[in-house]
Design a protein around this ligand. Structure first.
Ligand SMILES: [Zn+2]
Length: 144
């Protein structure tokens, strides 16, 4: 889920309607915690396989599932993966990428965290959702 993990970034305008419900949720959760997010400032599109790079981690090739280009306020999601995953996993991916692109957060790999660069177990996210969101938004406040 790194910004550099794309071979190319197609022109993307507006928010793909498949991801809109998760963006709405992100805006709502941010607002509850005092952060105003402007939806007109974000572009999110679905991409095909050859757009996404692979990276090697722990001797395993892992596929990049989504990335953010903060300079273009653009998020791209791998469509072939998106169609196979649950609602909770979709929320994690979109919130993670919005964390990069909208809240300007870096990876945080020291704990279970939305901004952890490793995949989070959906059940863990589901159980700790409020705390995880509080922690992510709090990091924005303290870094400003
Ligand atoms: Zn990431």
């Amino acid at each position: 889920m790194l910004g550099s993990c794309a071979h190319f970034t197609p022109e993307t305008k507006g928010i793909d309607k498949k991801v809109k419900p998760y963006v709405d949720l992100f805006i709502e959760e941010s607002l509850k915690r005092g952060i105003l997010v402007d939806r007109n400032d974000i572009n999110i599109g679905m991409g095909e396989n050859d757009e996404f790079a692979y990276e090697v981690r722990d001797n395993t090739m892992i596929s990049v599932l989504g990335y953010c280009r903060p300079d273009r306020k653009t998020i791209r999601i791998k469509e072939s993966h998106w169609t196979m995953i649950s609602d909770v996993e979709r929320e994690i991916i979109i919130f993670h990428e919005l964390g990069h692109c909208v809240l300007f957060l870096d990876h945080f790999d020291d704990a279970i965290d939305i901004m952890n660069s490793r995949r989070m177990e959906p059940i863990l996210y589901f159980q700790h959702r409020q705390d995880l969101l509080d922690r992510m938004i709090k990091r924005v406040r303290t870094s400003r």
